[in-house]
Design a protein around this ligand. Sequence first.
Ligand code: ADP
Length: 653
Amino acid sequence: MSARTHNPEPARHRSLATKFFLFTAALLLWVVLVVVAYDVASGNVSIGKSLLLFAVVLLIAAGLAWITMRILVRPLQTLQAGLQAVREGRLERIRYRKSGDEIEFIARNFNQMVESLETKSKVIQENHEQLESRIRQRTEELETAMGNALAANKAKTEFLANMSHELRTPMNGFLGMIELVLDSPLQQEQRDQLITAQRSAHALLAILNDILDLSKIESGRMQLELVPFSVRTHLRDCVRPHQVRAQQNSIDLRLRVDDALPDMLVGDPLRLKQILNNLLSNAVKFTNNGHIDVRISGESGASPGSTMLTVSVRDTGAGIPSEKLSQIFEKFTQADGSISRRFGGSGLGLAITKHLVDLFQGTLSVTSQVGRGSEFIVRLPMGVAATGTWAVPSGEATAASAPASANALILIVEDNIVNQKVIKGLLQRKGYRMETAPDGSQALTMMDHYHFDAILMDVQMPVMDGHEATRRIRAMQRWREIPIIAMTAHAMSGDRERCLAAGMDAYLSKPVNSAELFSLLESYLGAGKMARAAGAPTPTVPEPIDPRIRDEVCEGDTALVGDVVNLFLQLAPERMDKLQRALTAGQCDLVAAEASVIRQSAQRIAATPVADRARRIAEAAGRQDQAAMRHSLLLLRSELDRLKRHAGELKNV
Ligand code: ADP
């Protein structure tokens, strides 16, 4: 109500009464002057009469002015004050006399106008309040909806993390087993069928990875690495498999790298490869004839030590209708469903590519003509590695490192039996020796008895997870340097950092890529060997048969030792069965008794480590410690396995 647009002019006007007074006085004075002039002309001048006339004139003028003031000016002043109040936002009525004239009419109308303004302003006020309360209500609703959306998004991310674990674990088994079977002698038809199965499993894994990547990006959890890498090597490696696929369709895929492009750049090579892979697989998929040109160049960046890496992928394929060009970067969108149905695709590739390019703070553009082809151009700002400033990342160093010792003993900590088998199969192929533990706690117990060269550690396990186990291992002086490689189906961002923070050295996501696994193991085992050669103490592993007793009792007769051990091993399964049954039934006395029988017979053949494990079971049974009994039983089994292998070696002597 205080919508003042300007300040009132200072009141320079003369009052109406003054004006009236001056006007009347001037008129009457003029009459008086005429009368006086007449008197002068007629020689009848009287000063007293003249003065009296002047006084009367002034009195009449003052009286008239006073009357004017009462009748006209006061009500007008009241009206003016009322208007002033309205202008200042105060809706006040004015008081007036019921004179029945125009002034009363104006005053009454003024009051009616104030009343109507009051009513309207009330309505406006009410509307305003209603609006405010609706805005408040809407804000609350939106806040609730946002909270729900955030909770749903968190649940979605958690679900994806879990789903990724659940799906990657069986995929790991699936792909690993296929790889193992493919390594065995097969008929050509079986091999072809298996290769088809392998291809399908890889395709499924690719979709799974795309969904996971997108969820990582959408939840803002994808971060780029900053490592030095050879851009030529990485991009050539990336282009090669696409060249093979293109050749199968008689398409020429040509790569041209600008000579001026510095070779060692600093950025995220994996994500760069992912961008190029997406563009290339589309180019190959959507090109039936002609060729595909990949051009890579760099322009000096705005700041020294940086370059704008430009990657162009141009094909002579199907092209994209102009109205679809803006949509192809949206997730699950395909310009031509029929082609995608024929060749597969989830419609996620370009959405991920666009997000990745944004993460690099780069640009992605496309030009296309239906029937003539498309060109995708990516421009990414990258650092140029100053020679000698950066360490070569472990991944690249591995290729040159020495092959792993065939005798290295690896501990596989993994609760999933299929995964255990797969990893064992892979390691066996390379000649590694290995032991397995189904959880972190049992791994720790085993580490008291063996000297392992490296540990492959699953993360999610019952009893004790991989993080906790790693922390405990690192707390032991003896194991401070052992390479621990996380091997997990947790593919969400942050998992790698958590594993490294717990003390692990490297991270492999499942399904484990065998080449990556061997390359990592070789690099770490090479480093470990070097460290040991430099003077680190090498803890000794007790031999399965005590050499002193063996030499004294059997007088060095290896064949005799072999016979005795075999006899013991033939009886062992039955004894182990009894022990297991007693343990399952929770009969600690019986467990102690059975364990003691095994201990005594093991001692008789000088199998000290086996006897030692059996003694520990008997001790745990005495304390009624179920967990310790189960741990020791597991160790006893693995010690029996070692004894069996040793017996095999004795036979071959
Ligand atoms: P997908 O290839 O899995 O369907 P993308 O997100 O990679 O998903 O691509 C989205 C769509 O963009 C494709 O389905 C296709 O219609 C179109 N497209 C992408 N690249 C090309 C290309 N080089 N030539 C023709 N069409 C393309």
